[in-house]
Design a protein around this ligand. Structure first.
Ligand SMILES: Nc1ncnc2c1ncn2[C@@H]1O[C@H](COP(=O)(O)OS(=O)(=O)O)[C@@H](OP(=O)(O)O)[C@H]1O
Length: 304
């Protein structure tokens, strides 16, 4: 059963902030942790495409782009279901009768587009064994932190973030669900040339969507004409997706996601961190960033 059917079950109001429990040293919700055997043993197929991201890095945006490409720019087809039902979120686990990501993925016909926030060391091994295609999207740490903070405030499926000052510490220490941003991004960056990985940046998609979408089209082995490409650029723009009930999570009950606290499609910009970080937080963050990212060649853009 999908989340947007929750109303029918009168489950509203029963959700409380979840407990957390680590998997191999990485924080997860307890529901994910308790379901770990099933997640770890998930059977990927060679024609699966996995959208992998750290939380809040532009997953939903990428899902919409990929779905539009797979459906040759057919807007109606992309309206068939919510993004969370179109592309199973493999590790996501909610209390029954809501289906887990593994159950949804197992029920889906091929070719499957799946999504995950798992780091490389937690990804079910069958993805590597089957040499699946991975589309990794990275977003700069500061904007991810801001976006994740607001998301944890409005989403009952994730822990209470505390104050911004408290959250700042939690995030840099990697004590958020799905673990450290630094380890996640470094892990995927380091293996990008060993597997079929298209590595994109949120900031690049924002600056030049047409160019980045063309890369995705090529990676998916599709050949779409200019008109279709332009339609995809238009339909996946932030303003469009903010109004689209199949992407903006407005069908998720308020008891689960309270969009009056913060909308799911919040700002969709590069550099909102400047409205949150104090000067001293910024200095401290830059120092920690330098230390934690030492030795990696990855470069992020922090403003457009
Ligand atoms: N089309 C488009 N263009 C630009 N930005 C977009 C778009 N769609 C979603 N977003 C922004 O992406 C952030 C949500 O990221 P995710 O989809 O990865 O969230 S989640 O992890 O799946 O909950 C969240 O970022 P913030 O606005 O900074 O909070 C969304 O607004």
């Amino acid at each position: 059963m999908s989340l947007d059917k929750m109303k029918d079950l009168h489950l509203e109001g029963k959700y409380i902030k979840p407990e957390t429990k680590e998997v191999n040293g990485i924080l997860m919700t307890k529901l994910i942790s308790d379901n770990w055997d099933k997640i770890w043993n998930f059977q990927a197929k060679p024609d699966d495409l996995l959208i992998a991201t750290y939380a809040k890095a532009g997953t939903t945006w990428t899902q919409e782009i990929v779905d539009m490409i797979q459906n040759d720019g057919d807007v109606q087809k992309c309206q068939r279901a919510n993004t969370f039902d179109r592309h199973p979120f493999i590790e996501w686990t909610l209390p029954p009768p809501l289906n887990s990501g593994v159950e949804k993925a197992n029920a889906m016909p091929s070719p499957r587009i799946l999504r995950t926030h798992l780091s490389t060391q937690l990804l079910p091994p069958s993805f590597w064994e089957n040499n699946c295609k991975f589309l990794y999207v990275a977003r700069n740490a500061k904007d991810c932190m801001v976006s994740y903070y607001h998301f944890q405030k409005m989403n009952q499926g994730l822990p209470e973030p505390g104050t911004w000052e408290e959250y700042f510490e939690t995030f840099i220490n990697g004590k958020v669900v799905w673990g450290s941003w630094f380890d996640h991004v470094k892990g995927w960056w380091e293996i990008k040339d060993r597997y079929q990985i298209l590595f994109l940046f949120y900031e690049d998609i924002k600056r030049d969507p047409k160019h980045e979408i063309q890369k995705v089209i090529k990676f998916m082995g599709k050949n779409l004409d200019e008109t279709v490409l332009n339609t995809i650029v238009q339909e996946t723009a932030f303003e469009k997706m903010k109004e689209n009930p199949m992407t903006n999570r407005s069908t998720v009950p308020k008891s689960m996601m309270d969009q009056s606290i913060s909308p799911f499609m919040r700002k969709g910009m590069v550099g909102d961190w400047k409205n949150h970080f104090t000067v001293s937080q910024n200095e401290r963050f830059d120092e920690i960033y330098k230390r934690k990212m030492e030795g990696t060649s990855i470069k992020f853009c922090l403003e457009l």
